[in-house]
Ligand binder design. Sequence first.
Ligand SMILES: [Zn+2]
Length: 332
Amino acid sequence: MSRTEKLAALVCTAGLDRLARLSWRGLLIFNYHRIGRPDEFDDPDLFSATVDDLDTQVALLADRFEIVAAGAADLRDPRPSRRIALTVDDGYADELLAAQVFAAHGVVGSFFVTTGFVDHPRHAWWDEIAYLSRGVPTEGLAPSEWLPEGLDPAGRSADDVRRLVNGAYKKRAGARGEEFLDWLAGATGRERPDAGEAGKRWMSWDDVRGLRRAGMEVGGHTVTHPILSTLDADAQRVEVGDSVRRLREELDEDVDTFAYPVGASDSFDDATRTALREAGVRRAYSFCGGLNGRRGTDPFDVRRVGVFGESATVIRATAALPAIFGAPRRYA
Ligand SMILES: [Zn+2]
């Protein structure tokens, strides 16, 4: 059991979380990614919960808190209140299961869709890295421009190897993601996964329209899911502007919310903010942990807390004490 799990169990013992939750006011936003369990073509780090886990979590949150829609919620609600919102990033088809769970509990979730994957389904770079990095040979990877120190898998778990390669991509690939993946395929002797198989991984436009029909919110998440701050201003303008434009076309309504891919504090910059303003976006979500609603919440840095397979006990403890449990656990 992790330290977080132990501490959470302590807080929830004897219902202490019910008392502790009175300690905060504001808007706490949870962020989910994939629903279900990974196969060999999936990055396991992206999986937030099974359907049953999510159902348990939404039930316990709805029982204790007011659940609001993230995009419609007033960031500076004057009432003394504790509000929770639920968001889901990326646009994988399995995330439609989250919408079903939310609807069953009568709550509105917000879904951020990577429009390029809907228009031209293909494997996401992190999923390709997950598949290819399983092929890292025992003698390791030689130093290269992508991994200047090389990579020695000795004494490292498969998860560590994958995260090292993923970290190198985030740091150095920038607009040259395809080159990086071609290099990794060559270095590991694995073939890049067949893009023809990727169609069923992502929502279709009908699915996205179905989310709206079910009362969910939909916002932008770029076209190709790059780390925006690694791109120049023009490329950022295309990623932000085209993603909300495609959503507006397909949904035939305004779309004015956005979630930053990866969402760390250094994943977006001033050029991103300019691109958002130009595209008519009024609210953008990061992924750095923390709570909203104190005076001065930045509408282009609305805070979210990631969920990555934690137990219901940790979710309970996070909702009770976001200052302690709401720090970033991982980025995706
Ligand atoms: Zn994402």
